[in-house]
Ligand binder design. Structure first.
Ligand SMILES: CC(C)(COP(=O)(O)OP(=O)(O)OC[C@H]1O[C@@H](n2cnc3c(N)ncnc32)[C@H](O)[C@@H]1OP(=O)(O)O)[C@@H](O)C(=O)NCCC(=O)NCCS
Length: 125
């Protein structure tokens, strides 16, 4: 896989699902490294999600995250991390509604945009 910087990195194992309600609503993805819960520096969280603007506030992200957590459990992952911008209250609300706890605030690496971020963790135990 080639990063925007041009660096070639190995593709991580993962799962990607579309949110579908008779039409495309959004996508959610899960990625991890075999044998560790650590992620490489170019990958901020285990799960990322986005809903198209005209389908928001209908519960799609909430439902998609619930379903993706079942997939993560089936992969025997003990937890998943989700990183949001400190200003992204919508994404934070989705994570919190699915049981996320705040781990820490930090500044995302320069390669990810150096934004003020919050690390959330959802325990799958
Ligand atoms: C974050 C995002 C995926 C949420 O998708 P969504 O389908 O609208 O979320 P849901 O409808 O499942 O919302 C679940 C809950 O989150 C909260 N929430 C969602 N959008 C919100 C907003 N704009 N402001 C405040 N709370 C919000 C609400 O509590 C909501 O429940 P409610 O509608 O009953 O009040 C969507 O806003 C998005 O695609 N944003 C851009 C991409 C992005 O930021 N992705 C996350 C990167 S970490």
């Amino acid at each position: 896989m080639i990063l925007p910087s041009g660096e070639a990195v190995p593709r991580l194992p993962g799962a990607r699902r579309w949110m579908w309600d008779g039409e495309y609503c959004g996508a959610i993805s899960l990625r991890w490294q075999p044998g560790t819960m650590d992620l490489p520096p170019y990958c901020l969280g285990h799960i990322g999600y986005a809903v198209v603007p005209w389908q928001r506030r209908r519960g799609h992200a909430n439902e998609a995250l619930h379903q993706m957590l079942d997939i993560a459990r089936a992969k025997r992952l003990p937890h998943v991390d989700i990183v949001t911008d400190v200003d992204n209250t919508a994404s934070q609300a989705v994570a919190l509604a699915c049981g996320a706890q705040i781990v820490r605030r930090f500044t995302a690496p320069e390669t990810s945009g150096s934004f003020a971020a919050i690390l959330f963790r959802i325990s799958l135990g």
